[in-house]
Design a protein around this ligand. Structure first.
Ligand code: GH3
Ligand code: MG
Ligand code: MG
Ligand code: MG
Length: 300
């Protein structure tokens, strides 16, 4: 990771001179986006996902305060850092801006050096926050979402499915005879195989909302929102076939000469499980049955 993309800063100000001066200042170091009113600021924010917005307070129609309120109310945009840059220089104005959730407040006329320093500081904080989010939500070995992330997304998708009457499918995938694999080929080889299976599983997902996570050990879980049992079953069959096609030799297995997985699946449809925990248990029971029935198979 030697090459780092320049961070994106959106400048929203109704005064063309201010926009220009700020843009000239920031362009050498950052990717600069411009908006000349509040509406445009929201539209550019949604489209380009800037790392930071330099937001004028006094603008016709949507003022800066209102823009920030709307950003914070939108799950896609609520994380974007905002620095107010305003002619309103009373301490009360600054306090209002910070209370609304701005990271900082700069008064006009601004000093170029101070603007640059504060922008750099807040962009550094954005980078650090992203690193922490990654550590909190991504499994280090497989690079899949971790258990914590899965739990969050599962709760969220369960609610969404209930609310909208959508199906929701879940599949638990467990590597067959993996203890023997480790014993025979060694733990580092086991790690590599687990990574390959994780990569292949993630590559099999079809929609942006589908999630593959490492549930624990050598167990992965697939969360497929708005996906019925038939569709989910197809996806899972393809994933299993892709894993078998890796042809990772497993000489110590009674199941198959290559590494395989067993899968237990369950779907929330027009009837059935009353809670997220119940749906998960159903998938887990099906996984148990897949193992009992001889492994290298899917039970739904
Ligand atoms: P089964 O077909 O019944 O699933 O047999 P199994 O041996 O795969 O099942 P079991 O749950 O008894 O063992 C899981 C093994 O997975 C034991 C553990 O050493 C291994 N394992 C779990 N996490 C990791 C990991 O991160 N790396 C490696 N190399 N092995 C792991
Ligand atoms: Mg203005
Ligand atoms: Mg297991
Ligand atoms: Mg296993």
């Amino acid at each position: 990771m030697n090459h780092v993309e320049p961070q994106k800063v959106l400048i929203a100000d109704d005064d063309p001179i201010n926009r220009q001066v700020l843009a000239e200042l920031l362009k050498p170091e950052y990717t600069v986006l411009l908006a000349k009113n509040g509406e445009q600021a929201l539209e550019r924010a949604a489209r380009h996902a800037p790392d930071l917005i330099l937001l004028d307070v006094m603008m016709p129609d949507l003022d800066g305060y209102e823009v920030l309120r709307r950003l914070r109310a939108d799950p896609q945009l609520e994380q974007i850092s905002v620095i107010f840059i305003s002619g309103l220089a009373r301490p009360e104005d600054e306090a209002i801006g910070l209370k609304l959730g701005a990271s900082d407040y700069i008064t006009k006329p601004f000093n170029a050096t101070v603007v640059m320093a504060r922008v750099a500081l807040h962009l550094q904080l954005v980078r650090q926050r992203r690193i922490l989010e990654r550590l909190a939500h991504v499994d280090g070995l497989t690079e899949l979402a971790n258990r914590r992330r899965f739990d969050e997304m599962y709760a969220q998708e369960w609610q969404r499915a209930q609310r909208n009457g959508w199906p929701l499918s879940l599949a638990l995938l467990d590597i067959d005879a993996f203890k023997q694999y480790n014993d025979y080929y060694g733990h580092p080889a086991g790690d590599r195989a687990l990574r390959a299976i994780a990569r292949t599983t993630a590559a099999g997902l079809r929609r942006p909302a589908d999630l593959a996570a490492r549930y624990g050990g050598e167990e992965l879980v697939l969360l497929m929102p708005d996906t019925d049992g038939v569709q989910a079953r197809h996806l899972v069959d393809d994933v299993c076939a892709a894993i078998a096609a890796l042809e990772m030799p497993h000489a110590a297995s009674q199941v198959s000469p290559v590494l395989t997985v067993s899968v237990g699946g369950a779907t929330l449809g027009g009837y059935g499980p009353e809670s997220a925990a119940e749906l998960f248990e159903a998938a887990d029971e099906h996984l148990y049955r897949a193992k009992q029935d001889g492994r290298n198979r899917v039970v739904w």
